[in-house]
Write a protein that binds this ligand. Sequence first.
Ligand code: SDX
Length: 374
Amino acid sequence: MSEDVKKGLLGIVVDETTISQVMPDINSLTYRGYAVQDLCEKCSFEEVAYLILNKELPNKSQLKKFKKELDVNRSITINLREIVKHMPKRAHPMDVARTVVSVMGLEDKDTSNNSPQANMRKAIRIFAKTPTAMAAFFRTRKGKKVIPPKKGLGFSENFFYMCFGKLPNKEIIKAFDISLILYAEHSFNVSTFTARTITSSLSDIHSAITGAIGSLKGPLHGGANEEVMNMMNKIKKPENAFTWINNALDKKEVVMGFGHRVYKKGDSRVPTMEKYFKKISKIKNDKKFNKIYDIVKKVMMDKKDIHPNVDYPTGPMYHLMGFDTDFFTPIFVLSRITGWSAHIMEQHAANKLIRPLSKYSGEKHRKVMLLNQR
Ligand code: SDX
């Protein structure tokens, strides 16, 4: 490869953003200048979602208004609910997520309006409705009745309520909230860059988020949390873990939940997420996944110096919370809709069509032969 091609845009800075940054000096992710660890300690997910979308943390009355706005927008149309009910039971929930956002784009009265005000309205509607549509599929594919959202419940509480029909204890809700805060935004990751690329042609937010969901599905990106669980299920029990992971490394396999394009000395979100995974593991009296987690992590770090990323602790934690494995990445979607929406609005505000160049290495100057001569 000649030096002027940067495959994967490795190390290329393509635009500016004020939404988030991994601060090199503290090797920590920050949203609008606040360290995520600080936000996890002092804020609810709704406060952080407001911050990412509106650039500032809300005061009490702003938060109350924001939560009310989410409440009134949570329900989905009968049409969308019927579409979800008739989706193939074996459909992957990430394909369902991509489709429900697309359908919302058909239904939304502001779809053809890309003004900042209309985009914020649409972002709130997508953010509020996607959990409802996904919870509906979570149940209908099991032959269960759809549970509508309950007024007054928070974002995380409502998702558990619509999926399971009841609320878990406060510590489980808190751990889930923490995972949503940590999943919300991460600068120019591939799904966010996909959303910005789609937006750069002045397309609409539903199209951009639909594309972003397609990108997040990939196992090298958001799909990794599902693959982490599949790996742990293949390992089966802690006594198999050491041999299993060493065999995987000997076979040069990519181990899901490890490594990162930006963090080379550890994903700044992992210590916080790991703490909450361990809490849930204790609450659920888990003797298996917690031990497998530690053994695999130790081998990866000792043998390859490859650190876990945020998908590593979230996988087993969502499993212990009772979610189906193929629902882990859709949970990532529910949170990342905030980051994607903020980037889409930022792209609209200072747009330049994204159109890179390529280095041609194909055939040249060929003459066309007539069909009967080929
Ligand atoms: C997310 O970008 C973001 O911000 C994404 C994200 C977000 O919040 O949006 O943080 C969310 O997507 C986290 C990443 C989830 N993906 C995975 O867990 C999949 C497993 N990870 C790898 O595929 C990999 O680490 C990537 C794709 C995440 C990053 O890879 P890079 O930066 O392109 O680096 P690379 O693949 O070239 O790896 C460098 C070396 C290679 O060895 P050599 O070929 O040089 O000998 O490290 C090795 C790789 O083989 N390596 C791994 C590995 N990750 C890197 N080897 C085994 N298992 C791994 N997981």
